[in-house]
Design a protein around this ligand. Structure first.
Ligand code: WTA
Length: 658
């Protein structure tokens, strides 16, 4: 991010001086207090590798204990606990059966309002049957299985079943388009797709099977079978020999499926995410390291106790839904809530109504949802009994102090700590976050790294920035167990993207941040071409490629502009083949292109603004002047050097004035 943009944001957060210490009654019962935090941090500082080994032995059940902890012989491809063997599903389910078999694992609510509950014993049986069903379909350890499902318990069952038999899952968010699904299936060379007839969102049907058929209509030669769960009841076409109903797959199968011990480094999952270039990256996670951190952070950051009801609102299609729905809280033996539907359906009280009816005690969501619900006013949450909530969390993008304070006062009724958790698809689990009974919060800051994580801010040369008035690049200086292992099929890209910048010394997060005099981190946003639109991660190049797939588009440039609910919104500059449209023709085309991009990528990628120009501003070397485009999209003063512009008159067009 150019310095002018960062410093403006810096100025605003530097004025934030409010501090919220953990409430004494919370501390009294907290799993981790300030002294525990200090002790663990000191332990990790003395011997980071030994610290992680101790945690891995305490937290996970190993079928074969590891003797080697960190293998850095192929750095930056770090490997952890390499000679150990375990099973993620065993660690999330079986370990609880003796003591918590009858405890509710999942409370599910559909958008129309049906409620279903599964105990740990029932979850074990569902996972066992489906795992056996997958085996019967020929799924073998190491096979990639794509999961394209609505937010229903079966999505978690499918994830856990894959883990149980050593298949590597790749969940594709149900809001992604057929084309996005196809790209991900092909990149992973997946063997099976698990989907549903349809999903439900905002009163509408999401035609998942239709999209799957469309994806598989071209290419996707690796796919042998498609499993379809009946859920929304819409009509679907079943292709003989390829498609099977979920109910038929599990028919006659035993509920017992012996969990397969896999080496710790066995790829538990791939999750595709956006980067600076067009093609999404298959982020590859390991079994042992990933699960360790998912479980530890679920326990530490969410302070999970046996009587908690934990609701993370993220869809399983995103990393947050992996770590804090499908794995972390289950590994911790918690009760989780899953909701399939929109936050404002049928009205803006839906989230609070779910919290009240299911007695949610810990609520974790994205700042964009908080801002959206805040707009509806304080009267709506005031109608609900939120007295059971004791802890609140946020994730996915920076939270503005105003939304933080609203969350604290109106939802938390000033009683509940807030954990602002910074992390990424690549980091596997939360990295910088308050531990609620230990670390005082500051609105807008994700505070301090969790014990064992060595985060820092560095300048262009890689030297640590200690001046609280300066920003820099956020890096992690020591390997950690849940780090991504590679980019599926492209290890060079892994090295180039995350390590090359500082000679393989640090993991480069791609965020700009600064650290205040108390050592608190304030993350400003991405320093690359990644956007966070309503907390969803999108690459500008992906959106640009979607635009140019339209026959009328010659060229497109996409930037982010700030948006008071979405955080960031997509602003596109488009050059058409032929004359630049104006007036109603421009409006009509903008609508057409907006829908086209939505169809290509998924509704979340629809641009908010489209502006037509005769050409795009480029430097002499032909590079698009993105900074200029950002300035204009954000209504800022132009800080870019425009003296080299080939056609300065273009500025008025870009501003929408000509
Ligand atoms: C941003 C989501 C500020 C950041 C778990 C990061 C945040 C990107 C926060 C990763 C936070 C996530 N404060 N920014 N608490 N959490 N981010 O892969 O820019 O979807 O690099 O993972 O989200 O997005 P991803």
């Amino acid at each position: 991010m150019p310095p002018s943009e960062t410093s403006k944001q810096l100025e605003s957060v530097l004025h934030e001086t409010r501090v919220f210490p953990p409430p004494p009654d919370f501390v009294a019962r907290a799993r981790m207090r300030a002294e525990d935090h200090a002790r663990l941090t000191a332990e990790a500082a003395r011997d980071n590798v030994g610290y992680w080994a101790a945690r891995a032995r305490e937290e996970l059940h190993w079928f074969k204990p590891f003797t080697r902890v960190l293998d850095d012989s192929k750095a930056p491809n770090y490997r952890w606990f390499t000679d150990g063997e375990l099973n993620a599903s065993y660690n999330c389910i079986d370990v609880h059966l003796a003591q918590r078999g009858n405890k509710t694992a999942i409370v599910f609510e559909s958008e129309p309002g049906d409620v279903r509950r599964l105990t740990y014993a029932e979850l074990a049986a569902e996972v066992g049957r489906f795992a056996n069903g997958l085996k019967a379909l020929g799924v073998a350890p190491g096979d990639r299985v794509v999961i394209y499902m609505p937010m229903v318990p079966e999505a978690v069952v499918a994830i856990q079943a894959c883990a149980r038999i050593g298949a590597t899952h790749s969940v594709v968010f149900g809001g992604f388009s057929a084309k996005s699904l196809r790209d991900r299936i092909e990149d992973a060379a997946a063997r099976v797709v698990i989907t549903a007839d349809g999903g439900r969102r905002a009163g509408k049907l999401v035609d998942l099977k239709g999209a799957t058929d469309e994806a598989l209509a071209e290419g996707c030669g690796s796919i042998a079978r498609v499993v379809v769960m009946k859920h929304a009841g819409n009509d679907v076409r079943m292709k003989a020999g390829r498609d099977a109903w979920w109910s038929d797959v599990v028919k006659g199968q035993s509920t017992e499926c012996v969990p397969l011990p896999v080496p710790s480094e066995h790829p538990l999952f791939l999750l595709y995410t956006s980067g600076s270039t067009g093609k999404p990256k298959g982020i590859q996670h390991s079994t042992g390291g990933y699960l360790l951190h998912a479980k530890l952070t679920a326990q530490w950051i969410f302070d999970l106790r046996d009587d908690d009801v934990f609701w993370c609102t993220a869809d399983v299609g995103w990393v947050t839904g992996h770590s804090y729905v499908a794995y972390g809280p289950l590994a911790a033996g918690a009760t989780i809530v899953m909701y399939e539907g929109a936050p404002v359906h049928p009205d803006a009280g839906r989230f609070w109504s779910i919290c009240q009816r299911h007695g949610v005690t810990i609520f974790y969501t994205a700042p964009t949802a908080i801002r959206a619900l805040m707009k509806f006013g304080d009267e709506i949450p005031a109608q609900y009994d939120l007295s059971k909530i004791r802890l609140l969390g946020t994730v996915g993008e920076p939270i503005n102090p105003e939304a933080w304070i609203w969350y604290h006062e109106v939802i938390g009724r000033k009683r509940c700590p807030i954990v602002d958790t910074w992390w990424q698809t690549e980091t596997g689990a939360a990295m910088i976050s308050p531990i609620p009974g230990a670390i005082p919060a500051k609105p807008g800051s994700c505070t301090k790294p969790i014990p064992g994580i060595d985060a820092a801010i560095v300048d262009e040369e890689g030297d640590e920035v200690t001046d609280p008035n300066r920003g820099g690049s956020l890096v992690i200086r020591k390997p950690w167990p849940s780090m991504l292992r590679t980019i599926w099929g492209d290890n060079q890209r892994y090295i180039d993207t995350y390590w090359a910048r500082y000679g393989n010394r640090y993991y480069v997060a791609g965020d700009t941040a600064h650290r205040d005099a108390d050592g608190y981190f304030w993350v400003m946003g991405r320093s690359d071409d990644v956007l966070k639109v309503s907390g969803h991660r999108l690459g500008t190049m992906e959106v640009e490629s979607a635009f140019v797939a339209h026959p009328r588009v010659a060229e497109a440039a996409v930037v982010g502009r700030s948006h008071d609910i979405k955080g960031e919104a997509i602003f596109a500059y488009v050059v058409l083949r032929g004359a630049r449209p104006t007036g109603t023709e421009a409006e009509r085309l903008a609508v057409e292109l907006r829908d086209f991009v939505g169809k290509e990528l998924g509704a979340i990628a629809k641009p908010d603004d489209i502006r037509f120009a005769d050409n795009l501003p480029k430097t002499r070397s032909g590079k698009i002047m993105r900074r200029l485009l950002r300035n204009i999209a954000r209504g800022e003063e132009i800080t870019a050097d425009v003296s080299t512009l080939e056609n300065p008159a273009i500025l008025d067009q870009l501003r929408g004035k000509a």
